[in-house]
Every structure is written in structure tokens, then in C-alpha cells.
Design a protein around this ligand. Structure first.
Ligand code: ADP
Length: 259
């Protein structure tokens, strides 16, 4: 802790962690962090021991979405004690940085920070560690795929063409790095008007399903554009922590992933 993290040699699979699932997206703003936090909470509700690592160096959202802001303690200056929220053990690069300052780090520093969060955080025994990646196909993704024992990746996309275009690149990257792709999640797939019940396909429809079929990967879930999802995310109590159709959709996604 403190100073600029430096990359270290060695594998980056914390002892005691059964599986590492990376949540990726081609673009920012498609709901990758929302899916990460809700999936983590849904798994915890099903009795899983879950960790959530916010590796979105440039825009860490998990402190806000999970409702934590405390700087994690490091009693010995080496190990870092993660925080607990909604039954999930969590750590975010955002908790170690000044939230108002932009991060301008080069590749080796990013890798060092990632290695710190994997290696120095006391994750304990976990059934699954969910990693919320930065959007795109940069250094963090490369490092994680090449140096850690990733069980697989989930790619989140919204249905419109410009998002799918970038999701395809993310899928391509995982193929190249031989990281198993567990499937695609279509977020903001439809909007049901709370007043009249009319369903609108704001970002189009079926794009992610078609892409999944073309790429030969499963479509894991289709999650609606939902006011409660956004409000709950901003309030630090993920929608999956409550009841209702979206919470149920996350429960189903969680069940299918960690059988
Ligand atoms: P990313 O991690 O891909 O950048 P976020 O998860 O931060 O995206 O989501 C961006 C914004 O969109 C947030 O304000 C979030 O609450 C909102 N959002 C995400 N998914 C949904 C959804 N299904 N319905 C409504 N708002 C959503």
C-alpha cells in the first residue's frame, strides 16, 4: 500500500479462490459494473462465498454501487483487508485512490496494481471471485488473462450495433488469449413502460442473441432497461439484493454460472 505499485513475478491466483470470473465489455457504459455487482450479490444470496474485485482502473464504480467508501485497512503495510458489503467480500482500486483524481498510469503500474489486488488482498476462501474489468482490450485484460488462472469471461453488451462492434473485439481478444468465454449478457435489452406496460426496444432487439449464435457462445441473460436497477446502483444497494423480476433474472444467471 502507498506509492506506485510495481509489477511482481509469479502467478496471480489467490490461494483459497476456486474460480475467477472476469466481466468484460467492449465499451464503457453498457452495464458491465452493474452486472458484476448484481451477479456477486445474487451468488452471495445463494450461499456462495463471493469476492468482487473492481479492476476498472479508469472508472472504478463498485464502491458506489456496493455502498462502501472506507479505505481498506492494511495493519502490516503488506496485506490488505477487503471490505464486506451485501454478503460480498470486495476490493476496489477506487478505494485506494483519491476519487476526484484521474488515473494516469502506464502499463507496468496497472499490472502492479492488479497484482496487488489479487495477491495482497486477504480474499480468504471463495467459491468465486468476480473481476470487473475496465472496458476494452487493454493492459489490464491482457495481464489478467495471461498471468492469472481465469476460469472464464462474460462479455456484457447492449443490443445496438456500435456496442456489439466493440463486444466482438473483446470476444476476439479472449479467443486469442485462450480464455474460455462463458457467454454474453445482453443488458438494456428492452424497456417496459411502468405506466402503460408498453415494451420498447430502445437499443434494438436480438443483436446480442444473433452475435452469440454467430460466435458460438451462449447468451446467458437478457436484462431490461430498468429504473430500479439504475437507482439501486447509485444508492449502493444492488437491485439483486431485493426482490422482483430483475433480481430473479440475476438469480437465474448466478445459478447457471456456478452450478
Ligand atoms: P459500465 O461498467 O459498462 O461502464 P455501468 O454498470 O457503470 O456500465 O452502467 C452505466 C450506467 O447505466 C449506470 O448509471 C447504471 O446504473 C446504468 N445501468 C446499467 N444497466 C442498467 C439497466 N439495465 N437499466 C438501467 N440502468 C442501467
Amino acid at each position: 500500500v502507498g506509492g506506485h505499485p510495481k509489477p511482481q513475478a509469479g502467478p496471480m491466483k489467490p490461494a483459497g479462490v476456486d474460480r475467477i470470473l472476469a466481466i468484460a465489455s467492449g465499451k464503457g457504459g453498457v452495464g458491465k459494473s452493474t452486472v458484476s455487482s448484481n451477479l456477486a450479490v445474487a451468488l452471495a444470496k445463494q450461499g456462495r462465498r463471493v469476492g468482487l474485485l473492481d479492476a476498472d482502473i479508469y472508472g472504478p464504480s463498485q464502491p458506489r454501487m456496493m455502498g462502501v467508501s472506507k479505505r481498506p485497512a492494511s495493519p502490516d503495510g503488506k496485506t490488505i483487508i477487503p471490505l464486506q458489503a451485501h454478503g460480498v467480500t470486495m476490493m476496489s482500486i477506487g478505494l485506494m485512490l483519491d476519487p476526484a483524481k484521474a488515473v494516469v498510469w502506464r502499463g507496468p503500474m496497472l499490472m502492479g496494481a492488479l497484482q496487488q489486488m489479487l495477491g495482497q488482498v486477504e480474499w480468504g476462501d471463495l467459491d468465486v471471485l468476480i473481476v470487473d474489468l475496465p472496458p476494452g482490450t487493454g493492459d489490464v485484460q491482457l495481464t489478467l488473462c495471461q498471468k492469472s488462472d481465469l476460469t472464464g469471461a462474460i462479455v456484457v453488451s447492449t443490443p445496438q450495433d456500435v456496442a456489439l462492434l466493440d463486444a466482438r473485439k473483446a470476444i476476439d481478444m479472449f479467443h486469442t488469449l485462450k480464455t474460455p468465454i462463458l457467454g454474453l449478457v445482453e443488458n438494456m435489452s428492452t424497456f417496459v413502460c411502468p405506466n402503460c406496460g408498453h415494451e420498447s426496444q430502445i437499443f434494438g432487439h436480438g443483436g446480442v442473441a444473433a452475435e452469440a449464435e454467430k460466435m458460438g457462445v451462449p447468451l446467458l441473460a437478457q436484462l431490461p432497461i430498468d429504473l430500479e436497477t439504475r437507482v439501486a446502483g447509485d444508492a449502493g444497494t444492488p437491485v439483486a439484493a431485493g426482490d422482483g423480476p430483475v433480481s430473479e433474472a440475476y438469480a437465474k444467471l448466478a445459478q447457471g454460472l456456478v452450478a
